[in-house]
Design a protein around this ligand. Structure first.
Ligand code: 13P
Ligand code: SF4
Length: 318
């Protein structure tokens, strides 16, 4: 079986398979480690494997490659990019930063290595609040590229920020009306929202957090029904960890498949994350490619804000 073959190859090559909660359930089940963006970066930084197979999108592979220059980092499909990272071209972001001297540049991890290279500190949705709060009170802050996460963090920390106007096309398309309809059908259900969603969706939340934070809340909370407004891949682990509970994916405004046609299912999926299949994991481990490479000059600059994030997170026990 393909899964057995992948496990055999991973053992033989001393490879670790890491997966984000948004990839297909069967890939998550096969992985040695599943986590949110912060956990994947932390895990990559400390692994002693020779090869990292990063089952996620390209920026996650880049982050691992920057942190582990002595290891081979593989991604199953280099076309699996991220609309949020793409919404922040490095040259335009650099010009924006240069036009606003004296600012601390805080960038979400969903950025290319070149954008991280013009950043002071990287954040994820698991630590953005604490990292922004760790900056001096009078710090002038640029936050990029996610305007929704930035607006949310600005709101809860009271820190004013200059926001880059990027967004994730998956999280930006959740519908307030459809969540309210679901709430009417399931009045006891709690609403779980990722902070990449737009403000009006965030306002409906009982809990706002990263994928890992939403998962933790869903397991621990006494509620038995949850409406989940983030990429629907997380429901796999939620259902595994709390099989007695009901998880309802919040539908997008207009469900589309990858060709732009209306789809029958009401899930909100990231087509990039869903490019990662078992077949591709097998092929990349067998052939040891595609390898993620980062220009050494860019990597040298990008590693500083990533390590700063990891250091602050460690200090704060995140
Ligand atoms: P987290 O992994 O921080 O929850 O972010 C979600 C996401 O969109 C990753 O691409
Ligand atoms: Fe990027 Fe959004 Fe997909 Fe996450 S869900 S990888 S932010 S496009």
């Amino acid at each position: 079986m393909l899964k057995d073959e992948i496990r055999r190859l991973a053992k033989e090559k001393n490879a670790v398979i890491m997966a984000h909660y948004y990839v297909d359930g069967e890939v998550q089940d096969l992985a040695d480690f599943i986590g949110d963006s912060l956990a994947l970066a932390q895990q990559a930084a400390k692994t002693d494997a020779d090869i990292i197979v990063l089952c996620g999108v390209h920026f996650m592979g880049e982050t691992a490659a920057i942190l582990c220059p002595d290891k081979k980092v593989l991604v199953p499909d280099t076309a699996a990019t991220c609309s949020l990272a793409e919404s922040c071209p490095a040259d335009e972001f650099k010009a924006f930063v240069e036009a606003h001297p004296g600012h601390t540049v805080v960038s979400y991890v969903n950025t290319t290595a070149a954008t991280k290279a013009v950043t002071d500190v990287v954040v994820t949705s698991s630590n953005a609040r604490q990292i922004v709060e760790s900056l001096p009170e009078d710090a002038k802050i640029i936050f990029g590229p996610d305007q929704n996460l930035g607006a949310y963090i600005s709101d809860i920390t009271g820190r004013k920020m200059l926001l880059w106007n990027g967004a994730c096309h998956v999280h930006a398309r959740f519908s307030v009306e459809k969540i309210l309809e679901l709430k009417a059908q399931h009045p006891q259900a709690k609403v779980l929202v990722h902070p990449e969603c737009k403000g009006p969706v965030v306002k409906l939340a009982d809990k706002v957090g990263s994928t890992a934070a939403l998962l933790k809340y869903a397991i621990a909370d006494e509620a038995t029904e949850f409406i989940v407004a983030t990429e629907s891949g997380i429901l796999h682990e939620m259902q595994k960890k709390a099989p007695e509970k009901t998880f309802i994916p919040a539908p997008p405004e207009m469900p589309m498949d990858e060709s732009g046609n209306a789809r029958s299912c009401s899930c909100n999926e990231c087509e990039y994350m869903k490019m990662v299949t078992l077949e591709k994991v097998y092929a990349c481990l067998r052939d040891e490619q595609p390898v993620v490479t980062v220009d050494p000059e860019i990597a040298e600059k990008a590693i500083r804000p990533i390590e700063r994030m990891l250091d602050i997170s460690q200090r704060l026990g995140l």
